[in-house]
Design a protein around this ligand. Structure first.
Ligand SMILES: Nc1ncnc2c1ncn2[C@@H]1O[C@H](COP(=O)(O)OP(=O)(O)OP(=O)(O)O)[C@@H](O)[C@H]1O
Ligand SMILES: [Mg+2]
Length: 312
């Protein structure tokens, strides 16, 4: 049984302009200890998918489908139960270290609060655990770092502190939303190393949302590619990143700087727009008549799931 199973998930926002379908019929499983990367261009619904799992969406959102974590049906869990799970069992490593830490609280206190809150530790034990976790994250002079305020630390340090806070509850699942965005190469390498250690040493599963395909390829076991609210391809990272089937994944890879920076022509359709067929149709170099008329089923090709008529 997978640790997390997302089944037919739909997340819709009701806005003045209409219904924004940010996640459409998403099916995705995460096994214990597995790292699954979620990639796709900006606005395709990656963060909304992560927030749907955590049940952290604004009031104008409606979620349907099923999210099964261990044997719990998360979408039907009472909010007090969900609060116990969020931050402890399923934790978020947020995108922006600059705004996610409390600027007026010493970072040590922010970490030990996590231990006290999630594991009910007494203060002296929580301090010891916090220092241990900082050591594990490769922060030297941990006791000294403990007394700093966030503004006294570099971006990479802050990112690691956030990572420390996100694992104080010893989570089974960590959702990391763009954990390397805006970091220089050295810091990026440190964060990648850290996430690798975290998952491999503690058995935590990781849903990694990223634009950085290099980071995805160095960390992920599996990759899911999202386009306009849908998962269009899903399979082993090795296959999806080196041998993609879906024309969108192929285009996305070609648009990377290291592949010559050839962007896909056109725009992705608005999530307000209901379309009868493939949402990539208007941009697809391989489109045929069938593609914009009927719902596209998933096909399994050599262990990869692809949502495309091109393989009939
Ligand atoms: N509260 C909301 N009301 C209406 N639409 C929303 C709301 N929150 C998000 N959206 C829409 O949902 C879509 C998906 O957004 P999301 O933040 O998940 O994209 P993303 O893939 O994470 O993009 P990025 O890579 O830029 O972070 C966007 O079109 C966004 O405008
Ligand atoms: Mg996002």
């Amino acid at each position: 049984m997978p640790l997390l199973s997302i089944q037919n998930l739909n997340t819709v926002f009701y806005s003045k302009k209409g219904e924004v379908k940010a996640c459409s019929n998403i099916n995705l499983d995460l096994e214990q200890g597995e790292i699954v990367g979620l990639i796709g261009e900006t606005g395709c619904g990656k963060s909304v998918l992560g927030m749907s799992v955590l049940n952290l969406l604004p009031n104008n959102a409606r979620i349907s489908g099923k999210i099964i974590y261990k044997d719990l049906d998360l979408l039907n869990l009472p909010s007090n139960k969900m609060r116990q799970i969020r931050g402890k069992e399923i934790s978020l490593l947020p995108q922006s270290p600059a705004t996610s830490l409390n600027p007026v609280v010493k970072i040590g206190s922010q970490i030990l609060e996590g231990f006290q809150l999630h594991r009910g530790m007494k203060k002296d034990i929580a301090i010891n655990s916090s220092i241990k976790i900082l050591n594990l994250l490769g922060l030297k002079n941990s006791e000294k770092n403990f007394k700093y305020y966030p503004h006294q630390l570099s971006g990479g340090m802050k990112q690691r502190i956030l990572a420390a806070i996100s694992i104080t509850g010893n989570p089974s699942l960590l959702i990391a939303d763009e954990p390397t965005k805006g970091l220089d190469a050295l810091m990026k390498a440190q964060v990648v190393d850290l996430l690798h250690k975290l998952t491999k040493e503690t058995g935590t599963s990781l849903l990694l949302i990223t634009h950085d395909l290099k980071v995805a390829s160095s960390l992920c076991d599996e990759i899911a590619v999202m386009y306009s609210g849908e998962i269009v391809e899903r399979g082993s990272a090795e296959k999806v990143l080196n041998n993609p089937y879906h024309p969108y994944t192929q285009g996305l890879l070609k648009s990377m700087p290291e592949k010559g920076l050839h962007p896909i022509k056109g725009y992705s359709p608005s999530l307000l727009e209901k379309l009868p067929g493939c949402r990539f149709y208007s941009r697809c170099p391989l489109r045929n008549n069938k593609c914009n008329n009927s719902e596209v089923p998933y096909k399994e090709i050599d262990g990869t799931y692809v949502r495309c008529f091109g393989f009939d």
